[in-house]
Design a protein around this ligand. Sequence first.
Ligand SMILES: Nc1ncnc2c1ncn2[C@@H]1O[C@H](COP(=O)(O)OP(=O)(O)OP(=O)(O)O)[C@@H](O)[C@H]1O
Length: 290
Amino acid sequence: MTGSVPEPVLEVASLVKRFGTFTAVDDVSFTLTPGASLGIVGESGSGKTTTARVLAGLEEPTSGTVILAGETATGRSRRDRLRRARLLQMIFQDPYGSFDPRQTIAESIAEPLRLHAPGPRKRHRARVAELLDQVGLSRRAGQSPPRDLSGGQRQRAAIARALAVRPRVLVLDEAVAALDVSIQAQILTLLEELRAGTGIAYVLVSHDLGVVRHITDEVLVMRHGRVVERGATEHVLRAPRHPYTRLLLDSIPSPDWDLDRVARDRRALDLADGQATPVPVPAPKGETTC
Ligand SMILES: Nc1ncnc2c1ncn2[C@@H]1O[C@H](COP(=O)(O)OP(=O)(O)OP(=O)(O)O)[C@@H](O)[C@H]1O
């Protein structure tokens, strides 16, 4: 390895996840270097979330490897899970359920510190104050229960809690999908600042190509569990090579939106991989089909 090429922080090779006989993730591979940002896009059911959940250890892979900071990261022991959580954190679309309603936001943010970095309360309090500041939350917000925060504030709090133990990778699963567009922009800007300031790497799962364009350098396009296209985000979104990527782009509402064409292209794609039955050609008038 040459000195100029950074060691990958995350290496995923030939990842497969099956649920019974159904293959949700089919031979997915990628690497992530420190400070990189990788988008995973695709329609609902394409396997994005399952991939993310395997990375975070919430699902066990059927086969394949996940190497995090040089070590295999699919073990189930307590030690393995703690190590993984220290290195990789995940943020979900609506973090509300992951906060204990009886705790203040500051107490929730301090929780991973107690688990991963035992030390005096004073040091934890100082770190929590630093984190609140880093994500743009006031001390007052820190003293509130989660129900008193807006969606955007809660997502900031979830980011603060995820950053508490200084992980190397943040997996964001539709993390801004539930927010208003203006709040989305604020959170995306915050994520960009944090990445620049800390060198953390992102895996960003999203069905929103605008979000992916804004915040990722590279992108994987998934369909039926497989990666159908990959490359520099700007390039893939400007000059897509795979018909499915083109379809995703054509599906974004725009003033010259051609819904008929989108429907035709989807049908052609589905027919090409056996997901649809041919539309019967209507019989000319006067003829019967039986
Ligand atoms: N625990 C499970 N048991 C059975 N099937 C599952 C399970 N989790 C996911 N799947 C299936 O795997 C496929 C991929 O799901 P996944 O959630 O990864 O897709 P996605 O691209 O993230 O879609 P969405 O954006 O809707 O979450 C879907 O067909 C889903 O029904």
